[in-house]
Design a protein around this ligand. Structure first.
Ligand code: PMP
Length: 428
């Protein structure tokens, strides 16, 4: 989900790309250009680790450009109807549903059997669609004006911003779930697990009659956290952005148990955007099947007899790649942080990952840092020309000495960031 300030950052980045390439007609803005631009950035530039742009996945997919591409002809996907057999759900491709179900079966991170799969323009759109569907269902049996929406602090900053931007007549942002005092009546608790910004695996805290829980499982993938068991909740949100790194395709999906809630969510997607982009669904289908195929050939996923591994699948698995990059970055960051001594990082306990069968430490997509000098953390980083997101954006009660830094950017920026952070210990 991209908030207003994030949009501004992305917009500025784009302007920079256009001017640096002299490409004013905007026809040449590929990832290669973005990557090249970053590699060329000089030591004086501000390093932007504010938004969670998953560019760490770029080298992985670059090696598969030929094998894992989708060709879309000029005459393809003309119709609004991707599936004329389902009049109330015509915008969703059945093959996209199949790919989503398959990847969850392979990874074992969510139950999809007997559940409805609803695609959206990123999980950002589905977040709003789910809130509208849940709140309108609750409003049928209550006289309260607004259904409160709560989430434990620190929470993903875009939730509050998105809900407030909605100015909904049926639900309202009420902040920290731990401070939610209404003893009766409906409510929606958003549970993000692992959590953005702090990487903690969470459970609901309000836990009383009349409430519904919306699970955002954007980071419940083996590269970020050990998979403990398949998630099996009423409404769960996932996104391609964090699963595979294809944030630009703007593909997300909801897994929904209840038929009525699913129906309402479909109506919302229909009303908001007459469905979701078929090019995106097609690309997601290809990529998700590629990953699932890869694991079909991986040793630990062989059920009975080993399969001959086609050359194409000799590449490292996406989840091993992601976990390896993040684990290395976390280790490097911990080493620097320990040396400079003025910043604290959270500690995580390992768990047995049912997907890999190994004991693994969480390697979250963001680092949630505390500045122990008591200073405003964002300012502290800005002095090093590092753009981080201030803790106060993640809840009214989170002090400014906290900050969030993305661990998902490209290598070049991450290494520059470590270099600048290390310079603190040299200065002392
Ligand atoms: N939920 C969480 C917890 C996120 O961190 C993000 C992306 N930053 C999203 C949802 C939105 O993802 P999408 O790109 O699918 O809109």
């Amino acid at each position: 989900m991209v908030s207003q300030p994030e949009l501004q950052n992305l917009h500025e980045a784009k302007i920079k790309i256009v001017s640096s390439n002299g490409d004013n007609n905007g026809t040449n803005r590929t990832n290669d250009h973005i990557s090249n631009l970053n590699s060329n950035s000089t030591n004086g530039d501000v390093i932007n680790l504010d938004h969670g742009d998953p560019k760490m996945f770029y080298p992985y997919w670059k090696q598969l450009d030929n094998e894992c591409s989708v060709t879309i002809k000029a005459s393809d996907l003309i119709s609004y109807l991707a599936n004329p057999n389902e009049p109330d759900f015509f915008f969703q491709m059945p093959e996209f549903n199949d790919a989503v179900r398959r990847i969850h079966r392979v990874v074992g991170n969510a139950v999809t059997d007997g559940r409805y799969i609803i695609g959206g323009t990123g999980s950002s759109q589905l977040f709003i669609a789910a809130l509208r569907a849940l709140a309108s269902t609750m409003k049928e049996t209550t006289s309260s004006k607004h259904v409160p929406v709560v989430c434990v602090e620190p929470f993903y900053s875009a939730y509050k911003e998105a809900v407030e931007q909605e100015r909904s007549e049926i639900y309202k942002w009420k902040g920290d779930a731990n401070r939610f005092e209404e003893q009766s009546g409906p409510y929606i608790e958003v549970v993000t697990s692992p959590n953005n910004p702090d990487g903690v695996c969470r459970k609901p805290v309000v836990k009383r009659e009349g409430g519904m829980v919306l699970y955002d499982l954007a980071y419940y993938w083996p590269h970020y956290t050990p998979i403990i068991s398949p998630a099996d909740y009423d409404v769960m949100l996932f996104t391609l952005s964090k699963a595979t790194g294809h944030a630009g395709s703007r593909v997300g999906w909801a897994i929904v148990k209840d038929q009525e809630i699913a129906k309402k969510m479909k109506q919302q997607i229909l009303g908001m955007s007459i469905g979701s982009c078929q090019e995106g669904q097609l690309r997601a289908t290809k990529i998700l099947h590629f990953i699932a195929d890869k694991y079909k050939h991986a040793a630990h996923y062989m059920v009975e007899k080993p399969l001959k591994v086609p050359k194409l699948f000799e590449v490292e698995g996406l989840f091993e790649f992601g976990q390896r990059i993040l684990a290395r970055r976390w280790e490097q960051l911990r080493t620097v942080v320990q040396r400079i001594g003025v910043i604290r990082l959270p500690e995580f306990s390992p768990g047995i990952c049912s997907f890999s069968g190994k004991l693994t430490y969480p390697t979250p997509a963001f680092a949630w840092l505390e500045c122990q000098t008591g200073e405003d953390a964002e300012q502290f980083m800005r002095n090093l020309k590092i753009q981080a997101r201030n803790g106060s954006r993640f809840g009214n009660n989170i002090p400014g000495r906290y900050m969030r830094l993305s661990m998902m950017g490209d290598d070049h920026n991450f290494n520059l960031f470590l270099e600048r952070l290390s310079s603190l210990s040299i200065m002392e």
